[in-house]
Design a binder for this molecule. Sequence first.
Ligand code: M6R
Length: 649
Amino acid sequence: MCGIVGVVGRLGNLNAARPNQSVANDAAANLVINNDNSIGVVDVLMEGLRRLEYRGYDSAGVATLVDGKIERRRAMGKLENLRTLLAEKPFHQPGTIGIGHTRWATHGEPSTRNAHPHKGERVVVVHNGIIENYRDLRDELTKRGVTFTSETDTEVIAHLLDQALLRGLKPQQAVAETLPLLHGAFALAMLFQGYDDLLIGARRGSPLCLGYRNAAIDDDSHTGVAAHLLASDALALAGMVDQVTYLEEGDWVVLSAMQAVIYNADNQVVARPSQPLAMNGQQTDKGLFPHFMLKEIHEQPATVVDSLLPFINPLERQLTIDLPGIDWAKLHHVTLVGCGTAFYVGMVAKYWFEELAALPAIVDIASEFRYRATRSQMAELVVFVSQSGETADTLAAMRFAKERGQKTLAIVNVPTSTMAREADIVLHTHAGPEISVASTKASTAQLTVLAALCLAAARGRGVINAEQLSAHLAAFADLPGQFAAVLAEDDTYRRIGVQLAEARNILFIGRGSCYPVAMEGALKMKELTYIHAEGFPAGELKHGPIALLDSGVPVITLAPPDRLQEKTLSNMQEAMARSAPIILLSDAASCQRFGNQAGITPLALPTTSTLTAPLVYTLPMQLLAYYCAVARGTDVDQPRNLAKSVTVE
Ligand code: M6R
């Protein structure tokens, strides 16, 4: 996690039209324009960090060179605190070079002294990742008389570089010597005292992309304006650069305003492809919504269609998904791997694969997958689910499976992510940038793609006839309308969310493919509201969790109209008998049936099928957690202790 950004050079007027930018750039609104019409380096860094804040918000910092000397500003907490500090203590003449960081704490508490950038005498560094051998390196450096000022693993990098510089090495040589000493994962950006046209970046295990600002495209008043930028995510560079290069594992790059030289892990100069950056700054704006999360929840009728159309033609009722090299009929089982919400999405797919395609499925949490004795149970096909495509546990699990000769299929939302680049087969979700830490539209997009995959498996295995396939595909055509119908009840969810805000514990129960949706509901509730919540299979309640129930513990019951509905409703009544307030999510008929009973709040949902129920029932999970969090006054888009992209193990 953590977000890093770096810049060397001058950026022209961000409002000037650029080839890949069809709309005005919202970034420009916040920025200070210099006399020569270029944008201040600190503003570029702060805008990049604003877009990277989803990666961590324990502290933030920036550094630049002023008259060749390193200066930095760091503040604990959110970027806003750094912004205030910069207003109070602006840099004295910031130059045209700088690095910035937004932190998710790994080593050392969130504090100003642990905030990046970290400094040696002659160098300053920002880092995303974990240096696993930092204790050994720190001990060694301490023996050599180095004094540390933070508890971070990152500070060893600054001192190692410093030591090399002290021995007379040039910055580039110092970096080449230092990188092999580091074990673990890193993306780095480094500035060197006295070198105001030199920015060095490096990546191993953590993402880093390089952006090019083309001088020729800037407005007339510019002569030779050019810049290179670095960032953990291309989103940080949108609207500010014309082309990007995604650095590969082990790459490091030496940048000046005019030149970029990329080296591989063997220190050989390499050429890496660049591509236009087809995003703009507006995609990072929440528009009229009070939070990104609510905006993203309301985007789902559109994103579900965008994610569906590459694989299904719902109107013609055709399955168009193409998976070269997969012979479904020969597969004995499939494994699904992910973390958090993506894991629950995988759990839903397990039910689908088994029920619709008669294909046994194993679902595993990524951080467990590669450390268990999975060898004997390895499927020929392992499916990795990830919004970011960068989650360290999922990525490591994918590499583990690849090394063992398994076919890897990644379902990712960020098309340029490491997983998208490394998997044998990639199925893209088209949810667009998801900024809120809580996953919403990405998860329904993942479910959509997995539903199409399960139907492909069912067809490939010959266990579904044309009529059944057609019925499933027809159900997809109803999804956007059903999503819209759920979202139209926004006010009802707001009211119930407010009531839930008083709860001590909240339980979610469901059966079959709605059991993982119940788990997802509990995860959303926990991460956003900090209320303790758990999801259970409805039938499991009586085997222990029922002891928790009393009038202060609401039970949210997911009972779609399926063959298990009556059993779920019976379990709900067992909870009612223990005075638990019930929120019933079900079809209109069942809601009507229980509507008059005291202690039940029925919420009728559209009529669903096996495939569409987990999708439709996911939306109320999001809305209830969202409104409960708003009522409790928590930080909805950036809940405490979390980060969007978890790039450490
Ligand atoms: O980017 P990924 O989908 O790999 O992320 C996986 C989890 O970290 C993520 O789903 C997390 O659980 C969310 N905060 C859930 O809302």
